[in-house]
Design a protein around this ligand. Structure first.
Ligand code: NAD
Ligand code: IPM
Ligand code: MN
Length: 355
């Protein structure tokens, strides 16, 4: 049975990294005997240019009908003064599909500690899963925008906090059993509800150790002691900021992928980086985050864990053995690095599950 993948290349480096991810998906599909059908739709700035809307109606319909969605990136200075910004399309898509859970894994591979600008002994062994709430908080609160005053409201309900905290607890159960909830409960009412809700849930997960950090202290600990973390669960804006910071632990923002999942329906898979207008069109972008997102699409979006393992193993091998892109201190063009990953896909050693 064929599985359908909708690709939203988007803007800036989006189309470059999306092409790399698609090539990897096609290569693993062939080796694993899977059948994927690909389609593309305009989105973000490209949606504004094509249809006057960052999230055209037809793109939304195609997204709802797909088995999984891959997004490159959206945004760019040319749309800064458009009536609707490209980023509104992304927020609209997340909301329309109910994608409240954003998983952002950050891992320092053995032998690649030197890729981080931080000291190697600090980042060694870091393996963190950031679980970011994605459809609430300041991003979706009431807004008023005037010339002399502006307002962004932040609200969370217990139900919204519970469902994302549950994702965090369950993820921790499958990992090292440690959940760090990050908030600003010393100042924010929403954070006090967040903390209370996490604590109330914790009795249902006796095998998970819970601690709480204020977001400012968490920001520091992420770079001083990244290996102390297992799963971090946090609200929308804190998760956005902390995940870019965590990318530095791994080495570059060009490395990290993400999965945005809802209670049902297709997931959205995208690198955490943006459209990088400063390097767009120069074949400089590191496609690793997009390829890591493609692996998450296979694992969480299409339930193809073996194909996901193969792709992740190939990406790790290319990062270990081949010339890397400029953001990681190498000289490889983005497309050349993608070719390296494709070569490793053919040879990647994938552990067969125990009989
Ligand atoms: P950015 O992530 O695009 O870029 C930040 C820095 O990281 C830049 O120096 C860029 O060159 C570098 N970088 C990013 N991705 C890279 C990659 N794959 N390889 C090598 N270097 C990479 O963030 P920004 O500059 O703050 O935002 C640019 C635009 O992207 C804005 O319009 C913003 O709203 C948008 N944005 C979109 C998404 C998304 O689509 N999910 C995410 C973040 C930002
Ligand atoms: C991300 C991006 C988006 C966010 C923007 C582009 C709306 O920064 O996916 O991390 O803030 O969620
Ligand atoms: Mn971000």
């Amino acid at each position: 049975m064929s599985q359908s993948i909708l690709i939203l290349p988007g803007d800036g480096i989006g189309p470059e990294v999306a092409a790399a991810a698609k090539a990897c998906l096609q290569a693993v599909a062939e080796l694993e005997g899977l059948e994927f059908t690909f389609s593309e739709a305009p989105f973000g700035g490209a949606g504004i240019d094509a249809c006057g809307e960052p999230l055209p109606e037809e793109t939304l319909r195609a997204a709802e009908a797909a088995d999984a969605i891959f997004l490159g990136a959206v945004g760019g200075p040319q749309w800064d003064h458009a009536p609707k910004r490209p980023e509104q399309g992304l927020l609209g898509l997340r909301k329309a599909l109910g994608l409240f859970a954003n998983l952002r894994p950050v891992k320092v591979f053995k032998g690649l500690e030197h890729l981080s600008p931080l000291k190697e002994d600090r980042v060694a062994g870091a393996d963190v899963l950031i679980v970011r709430e994605l459809t609430g908080g300041l991003y979706f609160g009431e807004k008023r925008e005037g010339d002399d005053e502006a307002f962004d409201g932040c609200s969370y309900s217990r139900a919204e906090v519970s469902r994302i905290a549950e994702i965090g607890f369950k993820a921790a159960q499958g990992r090292k059993g440690k959940l760090t909830s990050v908030d600003k409960a010393n100042v924010l009412a929403t954070s006090r509800l967040w903390r209370k809700t996490v604590n109330d849930l914790s009795s249902q997960y006796p095998d998970v150790t819970v601690d709480h950090l204020y977001v400012d202290a968490a920001a520091m600990a992420l770079v001083t002691h990244p290996a102390r973390f297992d799963v971090i669960v946090t609200e929308n804006l804190f998760g956005d900021i902390l995940s870019d910071e965590a990318a530095v632990v791994a080495g570059s923002i060009g490395l990290l992928g993400s999965a945005s999942l809802g209670a049902s329906g297709p997931g959205l898979f995208e690198p955490i980086h943006g459209s990088a207008p400063d390097i767009a069109g120069q074949d400089k972008a590191n496609p690793s985050g997009a390829i890591a997102s493609a692996a998450m699409l296979l694992r969480y979006g299409l339930d193809q864990p073996k194909a996901a393992d193969r792709l992740e193993a190939a990406l790790e091998a290319a990062l270990l053995h081949d010339e890397r892109t400029a953001d990681l201190g190498g000289t490889a063009k983005g497309s050349a690095f993608a070719q390296s990953v494709l070569a490793h896909i053919q040879t990647a050693q994938v552990m067969e599950p125990a009989q």
